[in-house]
Write a protein that binds this ligand. Structure first.
Ligand code: PHE
Length: 345
């Protein structure tokens, strides 16, 4: 009968142990010690084969009721400990701590800079207009003094949809569209997407341009230069220098490309001892094409050839790269939120 009293003796011992157990982890250790496969009950029961067969059933019954009792004791102690833990957590909960701000998206840097450019031109009296991205040949080329077979069509690799329908290769068709349904004087800027069959490190098949057009009486190259200088200083800073280089576009005459003093090296061509990679040590970077509207364009849209005006077009990704010192065009299209999130405002 030794075994029976040994088994029954476990209950008060367990009660004492449970009173001292102050954590769920300690409780579990205790449970293994008493009820585990090699625990104290199991150890006592391993003596069973030594008893006479007729003594065994009584020991087995005692073992079962002791196990049951032990389980009950564990369960109620466990519930008490869990309740205590919850109360503890509630005591530590501080409702005055501000919550975590919900994650929110940001506007794409291209969008932000496009909006900034538009705001600057609005401030100079320009209106915002738009035109379709799927264009007809007439507005993209012909009305802009590029008849079929004109070699200048090759300046831009065009994505054709049919023989006469294409993805616009620049925002200049919006000039033609605007002049066709409005009379001068006018001053507009047209932001939007443009498409070219071009894809390498520095070219993407889609990018953004902003077109500008001002037409009126006596509009001259001086107005163009003044407008663009004001714009460049507003977006790149008041110290930025501007230079016009003669160039060619079929729809402007004369035409120019505009360079600004390199905003990465401050126009010095080098940063400390290192050559500036952005301006390739020249101190200047090109930002846009422009010129005086060619009389052939005025004729195509039915304007009096005596009016005059200027037009310009710039790449928004390019302006953004220069403004923020972004070295790789691909970042605009990778949608890496570590990059995009830096432009939150
Ligand atoms: N459309 C020209 C381009 O995409 C830029 C431009 C616009 C040049 C207006 C002159 C006048 O290259």
């Amino acid at each position: 009968m030794d075994l029976i009293s040994a088994l029954e003796g476990l209950v008060p011992e367990l009660e004492k142990g449970l009173d001292q157990a102050s954590s769920l982890e300690g409780l579990e250790a205790l449970r293994v010690d008493f009820l585990g496969r090699k625990g104290r009950i199991a150890q006592i029961m391993s003596q069973l084969p030594k008893l006479e067969p007729e003594q065994r059933p009584a020991v087995g019954q005692t073992a079962n009721s002791v196990k049951e009792r032990c389980n009950e004791l564990f369960e109620s102690r466990k519930q008490a400990l869990e309740a205590g833990r919850e109360a503890e957590a509630l005591k530590r909960f501080d409702p005055s701590i501000p919550g975590r701000a919900p994650w929110s998206g940001t506007l794409h840097p291209t969008t932000l800079v496009m909006e900034e450019i538009c705001e600057i031109f609005k401030g100079l009296g320009f209106e915002i207009v738009s035109g379709p991205e799927v264009e007809i040949d007439y507005y993209n080329f012909e009305a802009l003094n590029m008849p079929p077979e004109h070699p200048a069509r090759d300046m831009q690799d065009t994505l054709y949809i049919t023989d006469t329908v294409l993805m616009r290769t620049h925002t200049s068709p919006v000039q033609a569209r605007t002049m066709l349904h409005r009379k001068p004087p006018l001053a507009v800027v047209a932001p939007g997407k443009v498409y070219r069959r071009d894809s390498d490190l520095t070219h993407t098949p889609m990018f953004h341009q902003i077109e500008g057009l001002m037409v009126g009486e006596g509009i001259s190259m001086a107005h163009l230069r003044g407008t663009l200088t004001a714009f460049v200083r507003a977006i790149f800073g008041g110290d930025t220098q501007v230079r016009f280089r003669p160039s060619f576009f079929p729809f402007t005459e004369p035409s120019a490309e505009v360079d600004i003093s390199c905003c990465i090296c401050g126009g010095k061509g080098h940063i400390g001892d290192a050559p500036c990679r952005v301006c390739k040590t020249t101190g200047w970077v090109e930002i846009l094409g422009c010129g005086m509207v060619d009389p052939a364009v005025f004729e195509a849209v039915g304007y009096d050839p005596e009016v005059s005006g200027f037009a310009f077009g710039m790449g928004v990704e390019r302006v953004t790269m220069l403004k923020y010192g972004i070295g790789d065009l691909r970042m605009f299209f990778e949608n890496d939120t570590r990059f995009l999130g830096q432009f939150a405002r």
